[in-house]
Design a protein around this ligand. Structure first.
Ligand code: THU
Length: 163
């Protein structure tokens, strides 16, 4: 017999950027600054990401596009992979994502491929990654794990990898 199941997803919607704790505002500011370094001549959609490492530095990234569109990478993966390339043992606490030019009051959230990349890191480090998605003039959305953003995900366990 079919067994309907329900997944619950928790997130926080902050009314403004200013209503966040200082450290979170700073991380969003760093993501905002990173967006200025984006290479987005095709979409003209500049995204910035800032990765807060546990007791460590902040690593930033921006989207880097290519004439061969699929060769481009999103800001989130640029920042995440730069952090892990520099320190394979890095533990990611939080990732802030900002699109400064966005006119909507609702922030951009990571694409499916970036969610998959964040999930891999979450499993690798064994702890959840918090996300802050911000707009300067609108709301900020805070989520508490990549897993929650990617229900029924494909992961290393299907390939025989033990966590
Ligand atoms: N993009 C990101 O960098 N992050 C997101 O969360 C959404 C999309 C980039 C990819 C591409 O360079 C441009 O935004 C338009 O999709």
């Amino acid at each position: 017999m079919a067994n309907p199941r329900k997944l619950t997803f928790h997130y926080v919607q902050h009314p403004t950027w200013a209503s966040l704790p200082k450290e979170d505002r700073k991380l969003l500011d760093q993501a905002m600054a990173a967006a200025r370094k984006a290479y987005a001549p095709y979409s003209k959609f500049k995204v910035g990401a800032a990765v807060q490492l546990e007791e460590g530095p902040v690593v930033t990234g921006s989207n880097q596009e290519n004439a061969s569109f699929p060769a481009g990478t999103c800001a989130e993966r640029t920042a995440l992979h730069a952090a892990l390339a520099a320190d394979p043992k890095a533990v990611v606490e939080c990732v802030a994502i900002v699109v400064p030019q966005l006119k909507r009051q609702v922030p951009v959230s990571p694409c499916g491929i970036c969610r998959q990349a964040l999930l891999e890191q979450e499993h690798r480090q064994g702890s959840p990654i918090r996300l802050l998605m911000g707009t300067r003039k609108g709301i900020v959305i805070e989520t508490f794990s990549a897993e929650s953003l990617l229900p029924l995900a494909f992961d290393g366990s299907f390939l025989g990898r033990r966590r």
